[in-house]
Write a protein that binds this ligand. Structure first.
Ligand code: NAP
Length: 293
């Protein structure tokens, strides 16, 4: 299989690329502002996909679209930029997939929900509270117009990445380096954090088996940021300098409204793949402390 990975310089895209390559699939991955040794520049809004593939001599059998503007507060304050990056760029990719008759996998979010009754299954009603969630939902709807599509909702992703920008990776770096720091962390925003390596393996299985439609990729963990930080720091007994201040979301001064009881139920995926073994936060920390990842 030849897989085009849009957003391969990011957390999810880089893990997908690795898993696909480990399974002998050929990949072409992209970056926008952060070049890596594994990626080529691609802007869906500017580049014509047919020309792009002929320049790179690559004929994709499927596209995995992991690119998005993921700073939720930035999206809230920059509605047009968010719409271009998430909705219009996805429309261009959808258009290409329609013409080329190839399947598109789109990575989405639990922010399509309002957080009143999470964690959510695939049949729950959507009601995004912020611009990012609304634009991801709009992009989902474009993707679902394709005959062959996968829409995979995820949330609170963690894992190894070149930039260590995800919450757990950054916190673990701090807990090792011990800068004097006070982190204000919401204690009332809950989600199901998931390991990027698990997402990549799930995407691989779903693509390999030519599955179609909507899947929620959640884990069995259910944490708020504050509880997650306390859990992680418990593995760093000598930590004295990184401190956590539990804050209520309403007092957190975030530009975008957050769903409080978010998260995703993975029953559909696990019914189809009962032997899939999910990582949890504890096993991830233990493995990374032993350098086993
Ligand atoms: N991380 C999470 O907790 C989380 C939760 C829910 C859903 N998601 C979804 O999962 C997907 C992957 O997220 P991630 O955590 O891997 O994000 P990430 O690490 O920030 O990576 C985003 C990727 O998209 C690229 N990109 C950003 N804007 C782009 C644009 N306008 N055109 C083309 N490429 C663009 C980035 O390129 P450069 O970095 O090179 O500029 C990067 O490769 C996204 O769709 C996101 O909405 C993530």
């Amino acid at each position: 299989m030849n897989i085009f990975v849009v957003g391969a310089s990011g957390l999810v895209g880089s893990h997908c690329t690795k898993v696909f390559q480990n399974n002998s699939w050929l990949t072409l991955g992209t970056h926008l502002n952060y070049p890596t040794s594994e990626t080529v520049y691609f802007d869906p809004l500017i580049d014509n996909l047919k020309d792009f593939f002929s320049v790179h001599n690559f004929a994709p059998d499927a596209i995995v679209h992991c690119a998005a503007l993921t700073n939720v507060d930035f999206c809230e304050n920059n509605v047009e930029t968010s719409h271009k990056a998430t909705v219009l760029s996805t429309a261009k990719i959808v258009e290409f997939c329609k013409e080329a008759e190839i399947p598109l996998t789109y990575i989405s979010t639990d922010y399509v929900f309002d957080g009143k009754q999470g964690p959510y299954s695939e049949d729950a009603s959507v009601n995004p509270l912020n611009v990012y969630g609304a634009h991801k939902l709009e992009a989902e709807r474009l993707v679902s117009s394709l005959k062959r599509n996968l829409i995979l909702r995820i949330t609170n992703v963690y894992g190894e990445e070149l930039r260590s920008k995800n919450f757990i990776a950054r916190l673990m770096e701090d807990l090792v380096q011990q800068p004097e720091k006070m982190l204000n962390l919401p204690y009332d925003q809950f989600a199901t954090p998931i390991y990027a390596g698990d997402i990549a393996n799930m995407v691989f299985l779903l693509l390999r088996d030519q599955k179609n439609g909507l899947y929620h990729l959640g884990s069995s963990d259910y944490y708020s940021r504050y509880h997650l930080a306390v859990k992680i720091s418990s593995y760093f007994e000598k930590n004295k300098s990184v401190k956590f201040n539990p804050v209520q979301t309403i007092n957190a001064n975030q530009a975008a409204v957050r769903p409080l009881n978010g998260g995703l139920l993975n029953n559909k995926f696990l019914n189809e793949y009962p032997n899939f073994s999910l990582t949890n936060v504890d096993s991830y920390i233990l493995k990374s402390l032993k350098n086993e990842l």
